[in-house]
Write a protein that binds this ligand. Structure first.
Ligand code: M6R
Length: 604
């Protein structure tokens, strides 16, 4: 997963490209580069390292032009070196290309091109593309046709943007990797994701797989690979550029943690009526889910933890439900039929593993639904239906506010599905919905009163960090550990609290703090498990309401307001997000861009 930006218009391309790359850095930050048409061919600046370093190099040089492309890389083929940074060119630098995705047949293409005299300078799969385009140009084809021929030769997934020397045109294509076009009067932007150009426009064309788009100063032309016109209408995105900035916070992650009261309120707006005990999901009239016999939730990473949470609430609502890791789906998917609802839970809507599982389920005849944050994303477009979590842009690689919104949306869905199937919801909506409507305020309380900075300081020299929970506390324990390891680089593991004594207890020492999550379900058992760790010397940090019995037993306490179990996990998770954040900050980690990771994982 990498970030692509392209610009055509009267304004200076370099500024737009560098701003776009900064906005896209969450997609990759191993290396970066830009290329512009500077009046006498294509000028390129690229290097390993972050966009900031590229900016310094660009300032020293004299790149100028109105048309250009840029790229921020997350390495797949070849290490993050200057040579492997994009844009890539043919030997003559007549063609420059940026690419996101994997070209599966690149080795054969490279061999074929080498036999025809092409010389390669990088380890990347991408470099075959400019050579292919140049090959077809040498054959006498027009640039547009040469581009289409080159794209036709590729197998795998790609979002590609190319330019040919001295042309004020960008050629782009997508298959399996996202690409969007931004339009502002006679300025045009191509990008992997909307935040790249949100400062300039909110008018966006979401390209679909198989689309080829030609962008020049007169406008955009969308076609299929054979050149047949395809209609793609611009949509207005309601993300505010402010939301894509860091504001007063040191990191996007902290900002996004603090945005949760607002993002949750947005997720709930118009969807719950606490007074009448009703849930309304736009696009899903009464009875929409009456044929659903069972539910499979497919997801990865943090979204998988939200899926576990969702499956648990569904089962509590008497609906057969399983959460499955999307990357394991092809080898272990349970059978589906038309009465199986397969829910892809994915913030970005672009995770390759999740999309593949979604496609497999659809091909096997399941009904599909995407629960996603991104309108126009591949998951939203490919699934039969979509529910949007309305969390706003999430830039920090660590997912935070989107987890909360996913959990809340899945909680609502669980009640809707069971109400459609059984004629009434499983939970007492007259108590659940008012609690849900108070969730933004409860998160605010957690944020204002948190002791997370002290806890992070107190346990900063530990060897490992364990997180335990039962029921809805279990996915929260897993999520607490994932967040912790992802941004602190310290070892952390999450366990079902009852599992501790079946093996992990052997790891417990005074240097392994145990965060115990209490959500109000079989808390006595969780407390007993925590005490078992405490007896072996481990400090226990109880995440629970102030009047909980665990507070007297534990060595430290992270407070959450007293609420329904469906929401207690959500509040506990906010405390754990904060602990991870402050622990990573103490260690001086690059919190928004943890090493080796990227926000949107568009490769398998
Ligand atoms: O966009 P998705 O929700 O499909 O992403 C899935 C995971 O890659 C993602 O949640 C990842 O685990 C996060 N970086 C965790 O903070």
């Amino acid at each position: 997963m990498c970030g692509i930006i392209g610009h055509v218009g009267d304004d200076d391309a370099i500024e737009t490209l560098l701003t776009g790359l900064e906005n896209l850095e969450y997609r990759g930050y191993d290396s970066a580069g830009v290329a512009v048409q500077n009046g006498s061919g294509i000028a390129i600046e690229k290097r390993s390292g972050e966009v900031e370093e590229l900016k310094d190099s660009v300032e020293e040089g004299s790149l100028k032009g109105h048309v250009g492309i840029g790229h921020t890389r997350w390495s797949t083929h070849g290490p993050p070196t200057d040579e492997n940074a994009h844009p890539h060119t043919d030997e003559t630098t007549d063609v420059a290309v940026v690419h996101n995705g994997i070209i599966e047949n690149y080795a054969e293409l490279k061999e074929w091109l080498k036999e025809r005299g092409c010389e390669f300078t990088s380890d990347t799969d991408t470099e075959v593309i400019p050579h292919l385009i140049q090959y077809y140009l040498d054959e006498g084809l027009e640039s547009e046709t040469a581009f289409r021929e080159a794209i036709d030769d590729l197998e795998g997934s790609y979002a590609v943007t190319a330019m040919v020397s001295d042309e004020h045109v960008l050629y782009a294509a997508r298959k399996g990797s996202p690409l969007v076009v931004g339009i502002e009067d006679d300025e045009f932007f191509l990008a992997s994701d909307v935040p790249a150009f949100l400062e300039y426009t909110d008018s966006v064309v979401f390209l679909e797989d198989g689309d080829v788009v030609i962008v020049d100063e007169s406008g955009i032309e969308c076609t299929d690979l054979d050149g047949n016109p395809v209609r793609r209408e611009p949509e207005t995105v309601d993300w505010d550029p402010e939301q894509a900035g860091k504001g007063e916070f040191d990191h996007f992650m902290l900002k996004e943690i603090h945005e949760q009261p607002t993002s949750l309120a947005q997720a709930l707006e118009g969807r719950i009526d606490p007074e009448r005990g009703r849930i309304r999901l736009e696009g899903f009239g009464p009875g929409s889910f009456e044929d659903v016999d069972s539910v499979q939730l497919i997801a990865c990473g943090t979204s998988y933890h939200a899926a576990l949470y969702g499956a648990f609430t569904l089962r509590q609502a008497d609906v057969e439900a399983t959460a499955l890791l999307a990357n394991e789906y092809s080898v272990s998917a349970p059978p589906v039929d038309e009465n199986t609802l397969v829910i892809a839970v994915t913030q970005s809507g672009e995770t390759a593993d999740t999309l593949n599982a979604l496609r497999e389920a659809a091909a096997d005849g399941a009904r599909t639904l995407a629960v996603t944050n991104v309108v126009g994303s591949t998951a939203a477009r490919e699934a039969d239906d979509a529910v949007f979590i309305r969390a706003g842009p999430e830039i920090g690689v660590a997912a935070t506010k989107t987890f909360s919104s996913q959990v809340v949306m899945l909680t609502l869905l669980a009640q809707r599905i069971t109400a459609d199937r059984h004629g009434q919801p499983a939970a007492d909506l007259e108590s659940l919905l008012p609690e849900l409507s108070h969730a933004p305020g409860a998160i605010e309380t957690v944020l204002e009163g948190t002791d997370a900075p002290d806890i992070a300081d107190r346990y900063e020299d530990s060897r490992s960090y364990f997180f335990i929970g039962r029921g809805l506390g279990y996915p929260v324990a897993l999520e607490g550990a994932l967040k912790f390891k992802e941004i602190t680089y310290e070892h952390a593991e999450g366990f079902a609290s009852g599992e501790l004594k079946h093996g992990p207890l052997a790891l417990v020492t005074p240097e392994t703090p145990v965060f115990a999550v209490f959500v109000g379900e079989e808390d006595e058992k969780t407390l007993k498990n925590a005490e078992e760790a405490q007896t072996r010397g481990a400090p226990v940090i109880a995440v629970c309401p102030d009047d909980h019995r665990a507070v007297d037993v534990a060595d430290a306490h992270l407070s959450i307001p007293d609420t329904e179990p469906e929401l207690a996990g959500l509040l506990a998770n906010v405390q754990l997000q904060l602990v991870s954040y402050y622990a990573a900050d103490n260690l001086g980690r690059p919190i928004d861009k943890p090493r080796n990771l990227a926000k949107s994982v568009t490769v398998e």
